[in-house]
Design a protein around this ligand. Structure first.
Ligand code: PLP
Length: 428
């Protein structure tokens, strides 16, 4: 019989660590990764035939659940017409138009194949457009695995970063300034020191790579003000939050809280591909004109705007615009988060949780953390026990305490209730 353990052993012989992306290996929580055979709506089924309620959703893209009929139909039709041409197609225009209609801060968008590629290109664009070398990122935010972004804070305030990965040279990290998330004072100091040399600041508006930490309104307000004052571009990495926390993405949420708020460059991925390799970055026309073939910032891709991926993304974006979609998704996610909070309270477990749209996070901490250092004070052993108890009960949460969770339109009332019942036992 095929088992997860046998597949993991076999995988480890031919794929480093047995996985094609590190978090899948369950290193943080221990145990054997589940090899997924198929997805069905809100569920994934592993190689042993065990079914799980899926709160990962491929780390965000599967906002409609697995195998949504309209998406499936669009993908199958596109596949019969051709996988890839390396020449422009009408569907790329349609997807670009659809994205721009929903995100008014952008006038043009360039399609790429992964979030990593999109953030890398956005930073190159910011550097090219401003003629400046440096940029700011925040500890705990993940923007993909390009060299200049695999950087952590050095010692002391506003110092340049140190590589977090072997193979990244100090030179590649030298122009990256790494600051604490939600720390206005540090931000002011960094702009005072490096202002004229800063091309951009890149930020996850709701940081899903430290579970779920919102940029506070004062912090986002200061960020926007400082970028404008110093001529640096504000890059919102909405790879995770884009079309996931609201139809207008996280930027529409902040625009309601901060009058006139808009980023200069936005980056998308995940939901815009509906589970296919597709991502994008966009801005006003004057910034986007710096990109090749119009301008001097080179950027390209054999599979960019892939016909099957764009069909999948378009069908997904059309579904999420249907009346009541986000209201229903948000209510369901809120019910899950409030339910978990109540179950934790029943058991006297320190717990805090938050959500926006179809994205949520929870912490075994008494209060919602504001930065990475606080997130990492979580009792890891307790989290890992909770994770495994939930997994055994058929509830698949993210296998690391610093990852966000995702609810899809396919999750039913019964799924949420089953999750809360499992949590009640797991937290006991
Ligand atoms: C906020 C954010 N930016 C960028 C990326 C990188 O995207 P990809 O994994 O598609 O390269 C991720 C991936 O999880 C992400 O969460």
């Amino acid at each position: 019989m095929v088992t997860n353990s046998l597949l993991f052993e076999r995988a480890a012989r031919v794929i480093p660590g047995g996985v094609n992306s590190p978090v899948r290996a369950f290193r943080a929580v221990g145990g054997t990764p589940r090899f997924i055979a198929r997805g069905e709506g809100a569920y994934i089924v592993d190689a042993e035939g065990k079914r799980y309620v899926d709160y990962i959703g491929s780390w965000g893209p599967m906002i409609l659940g697995h195998g949504h009929p309209a998406v499936l139909e669009a993908v199958m039709k596109a596949a019969t017409e051709g996988f890839s041409f390396g020449a422009p197609t009408e569907r790329e225009i349609e997807l670009a138009e659809e994205i721009l209609k929903l995100v008014p801060s952008m006038e043009q968008v360039r399609l790429v194949s992964s979030g990593t590629e999109a953030t890398m290109s956005a930073i190159r664009l910011a550097r090219g457009a401003t003629g400046r070398p440096k940029f700011i990122k925040f500890e705990g935010c993940y923007h993909g695995h390009t060299d200049a972004l695999l950087v952590k804070a050095g010692s002391g305030l506003a110092t340049f970063g140190h590589p977090t990965s072997a193979g990244v040279t100090p030179g590649a990290a030298a122009d990256t300034v790494v600051l604490e998330y939600n720390n206005v004072e540090q931000l002011e100091a960094a702009f005072a020191e490096h202002g004229p040399q800063l091309a951009c600041v890149i930020i996850e508006p709701i940081a899903g790579n430290m579970n779920f930490v919102r940029a506070s309104v004062p912090f986002m307000t200061a960020l926007r003000r400082l970028c404008t004052q110093h001529g640096a571009l504000l890059v919102l990495d909405e790879v995770m939050t884009g079309f996931r926390v609201a139809l207008g993405s996280a930027q529409s949420h902040y625009a309601k809280l901060i009058p006139g708020f808009a980023p200069d460059i936005s980056v998308f991925g995940k939901v815009i591909g509906g589970g296919m390799p597709l991502a994008a970055f966009g801005a006003k026309r004057d910034v986007m004109q710096h990109l090749a073939p119009l301008g001097g910032v080179y950027q390209a891709g054999t599979l960019s705007g892939n016909p099957v991926a764009t069909a999948c993304g378009l069908a997904t974006l059309r579904e999420i615009q249907k009346p009541g979609f986000f209201e229903s998704l948000s209510a369901k996610t809120r019910q899950l988060v409030d339910g978990l909070q109540a179950v934790a309270a029943e058991n006297g477990v320190p717990f805090s949780a938050d959500c926006e749209g179809g994205m949520f996070g929870f912490f075994l901490l008494p209060e919602l953390p504001q930065n990475y250092t606080t997130v990492m004070t979580t009792d890891k052993e307790r989290f890992n026990r909770f994770f495994h108890a939930m997994l055994d009960a058929g509830i698949y949460l993210a296998p690391a305490l610093y990852e966000a969770g995702f609810v899809s339109a396919a999750h039913s009332q019964a799924d949420i209730e089953a999750t809360l019942a499992a949590a009640r036992t797991a937290l006991r």
